[in-house]
Design a protein around this ligand. Structure first.
Ligand SMILES: Nc1ncnc2c1ncn2[C@@H]1O[C@H](COP(=O)(O)OP(=O)(O)OP(=O)(O)O)[C@@H](O)[C@H]1O
Ligand SMILES: [Mg+2]
Length: 263
């Protein structure tokens, strides 16, 4: 899928439904995401963000509706879509007995980086990016939680995918490194890569070019952060999301701590 079919949008989802038994995780969702942007997926626990991300690379089979990625129908061309995509899962999927280097090397081989010299160079690059080059030989079992998250990002980026699906990529990552992740995400988007990032962190949402607010398997609102704030008539995104979810935001004097629980 180096660049996919022509100039089709990165993602075109129409009427997407996913039913898990009695739970309707996606409820007739339609969404178009252009290429080369950072798209933020927001919404409370259980809103359907992970299910949507998994449906985009064919790991969840839709109950109904259509999913096109880079112009490919995911149902019939899932392998092409997955080859050109990087998916960072919400729960770390690493081999804990293998070292940092071996984990990234394993991903690189799976994604067809067969030239040993180039693979080595690329692994070094991504390990520098996530600031783990000094820990390349450490078994993953001996790393901190945030460091594991960084290995996972390195595994996701190693084959230079054109579409990145990042499910809460910065959970447990310290603020300084979080900042450098986001700077790199922007560099990738500027080079034409499309990034879809789920997050619960509002300052990360502000860094996205467009946002989709999900709730109960539907899109409640879609647009730039400024458009969403304007639509809700609120000064910040967090209040906009509460407002659009039908929850009255607390008055400013009561919300000073900023750690109010979003349901
Ligand atoms: N494999 C599965 N089998 C059964 N139910 C599932 C499965 N995967 C997800 N669900 C259900 O689908 C709904 C949406 O889950 P999903 O993981 O997509 O939410 P989310 O928005 O990613 O939440 P979070 O913010 O907690 O990560 C939830 O009710 C969840 O329990
Ligand atoms: Mg999730």
């Amino acid at each position: 899928m180096s660049s996919g079919n022509g100039q089709a949008p990165a993602v075109e989802v129409s009427g997407l439904v996913k039913q898990f038994g009695a739970v309707r995780a996606l409820d007739g969702l339609s969404l178009t995401i252009p290429r080369g942007i950072i798209y933020g997926l927001l919404g409370p626990n259980g809103a359907g963000k992970t299910t949507l991300i998994r449906a985009l690379i064919g790991l969840v089979r839709p109950t109904s509706g259509s999913v096109q990625v880079m112009g490919y129908n995911v149902l019939t061309a899932g392998a092409q879509v997955r080859a050109g995509s990087g998916y960072m899962t919400q729960s770390p999927a690493l081999y804990s007995e293998l070292s940092v280097w071996e984990n990234v090397d394993f991903s690189a081989r799976i994604f067809g980086l067969t030239d040993g010299g180039k693979r080595k160079e690329r692994i070094s690059q991504v390990l520098q990016l996530v600031e783990l080059d000094q820990r390349a030989n450490t078994p993953v079992s001996n790393l901190s939680g945030g460091m594991r998250q960084r290995v996972l990002l390195a595994c996701t980026l190693v084959h230079q995918p054109q579409l990145l699906l990042l499910d809460e990529p910065t959970v447990g990552v310290d603020p300084q490194l979080r900042y450098s992740f986001w700077r790199y995400f922007r560099t990738l988007a500027d080079s034409g890569v499309t990034l879809i990032v789920s997050s619960h962190v509002m300052d990360e949402a502000e860094r996205c070019d467009r946002l989709g607010l999900m709730r109960a398997g539907k899109l409640l609102a879609e647009g730039t952060a400024a458009e969403i704030r304007a639509r809700a008539g609120t000064a910040n995104l967090e209040d906009a999301f509460l407002q659009l979810s039908g929850i009255t935001p607390l008055p400013a004097s009561d919300s000073g701590g900023g750690d109010r629980i979003q349901q």
